[in-house]
Write a protein that binds this ligand. Structure first.
Ligand code: SF4
Ligand code: SF4
Length: 401
């Protein structure tokens, strides 16, 4: 393994607890796609010179299920990220694509420009255009975003910090608007610092620790400098993936005591929005009793968040009926994973959709912008009568005037 940095190989007991929970393994049935398989290959000397191994490193959605299942408290998902970071650029089959994507995500201007261009292109296309249909499948309802009620102006003066994330900031703007409506009903005005950038999850998952740290520094500073909100008050988030990654900032700076301290304070303030709104007065709804399913994002099931009760409780209280049963199952999106491994991503989604096949109506609710994208695309591709919506948007639409 010439030129390869030596990694302290974790002690894996080969018990296999990480195998059945791995969504990639569930699709392919290949041992080399499990955490155990990858750890073993590295132990016996897998090399970055091998095209096979380089491809293998991309076959991980970074869901964290293996970390959660491991009785030895190993963190195989972190090892996979470390190895990805050591892949020579030319040997990573998705290296160039990952480089471009993470650069784009690091630039809010590029993202906004890209989304506006796409929207303008969409508007010029004839209704029957094949490209229009393909774009609509890419981001269903791209131009027909649901109309949200305008929030009444309240004058409580309480300001709450908010981290919308790239998708809610540029693509799914209704999520940001809906979160503002919910906050308003509870007596808060949201404040999003202008200097915010991508949470850095895509860079982190690609193994680009330096870029991930750079983005994290910007975000920590953005909420610490000139913020009108109390410096100890919650920073609300409406995307599970962003939430999980923002809460992981302390680990990102484990080797930098000064930044680690700041990251700890920051991470402590980060609060997933359903856990905030479930305890609030003010969300009076029409209780429409719609048939609903709640999809648990992996980033809330595993890792630092562990949020599953609150979204369900919020749905039960506001809809007037509890969500219908839906097994917790990865949807296959995984950020860049659904672009670098489209067939595998689709296969994982098909398994998530399977329990819903018998239903002729219903709304799939989730709290992750990435999962939402996957569900909207997947349901449209499958010609399903079901639709998908973000929890914040659903709640804002059923709020009483
Ligand atoms: S992080 Fe998820 S996809 Fe990756 S090896 Fe672990 S269980 Fe499998
Ligand atoms: S659960 Fe942990 S110890 Fe068991 S095989 Fe997987 S990585 Fe190894």
């Amino acid at each position: 393994m010439a030129g390869q940095q030596e990694i302290k190989t974790p002690t894996c007991a080969k018990c296999g607890a990480c195998t059945p929970v791995c969504p990639v393994y569930q699709s392919t049935g290949r041992e080399s796609h499990t955490a155990r398989g990858k750890l073993h290959l590295f132990k016996v000397g897998a090399s970055f010179d091998s095209a096979y191994f380089n491809d293998l490193l991309g076959k991980c959605i970074q869901c964290g299920a293996c970390d959660d299942a491991c009785p030895r408290n190993l963190t195989p998902s972190a090892d996979i990220r470390t190895w990805r970071g050591q892949q020579p650029f030319g040997n990573d089959p998705h290296g160039f694509f990952k480089f471009l994507s993470t650069k784009m995500l690091a630039s809010p201007l590029l993202q906004e420009g890209g989304c506006q261009t796409l929207r303008a292109l969409f508007d010029t296309l004839p209704k029957a255009s094949g490209l229009r249909k393909r774009l609509d499948l890419l981001v269903p309802g791209f131009t027909a975003r649901p109309q949200l009620p305008l929030p009444p102006k309240k004058s409580s003066g309480k300001i709450l910090s908010y981290f919308p994330g790239c998708l809610a900031e540029h693509l799914y703007k209704d999520i940001k608007a809906a979160t503002a409506i919910l906050a308003d009903r509870c007596g808060y005005a949201l404040h999003t610092p202008a200097a915010l950038t991508c949470c850095g999850l895509a860079s982190h998952a690609s193994g680009n620790k330096q870029e991930a740290q750079k983005l994290a520094r910007k975000n920590i500073k953005a909420f610490a400098v000139n913020s009108p909100a109390d410096s100890t008050s919650p920073i609300l988030t409406s995307c599970a993936s962003c939430t999980s990654h923002l809460k992981s900032y302390p680990a990102l700076f484990a080797d930098d005591p000064e930044m680690h301290e700041k990251a700890l304070v920051f991470a402590h303030r980060v609060q997933e929005f359903s856990t905030f709104f479930v305890g609030q007065d003010g969300l009076e709804t029409t209780k429409p009793q719609q048939p609903l399913f709640y999809h648990d994002p992996c980033h809330l099931r595993f890792g630092p968040c562990q949020v599953s009760r609150e979204p369900r409780q919020l749905l039960t209280e506001t809809n007037g009926l509890p969500p219908l049963a839906l097994p917790a199952q990865c949807c296959g999106q995984g950020g860049l994973f659904h672009l670098t491994n489209p067939d595998l991503s689709q296969d994982i989604f098909t398994r998530a959709l399977e329990p819903l096949q018998e239903h002729s109506r219903g709304l799939v609710i989730t709290t992750c912008s990435g999962c939402l994208l996957q569900w909207q695309q997947g349901l449209a591709r499958a010609n399903s009568p079901l639709t998908a919506e973000h929890l914040a948007v659903f709640l804002a639409k059923i709020c009483k005037d």
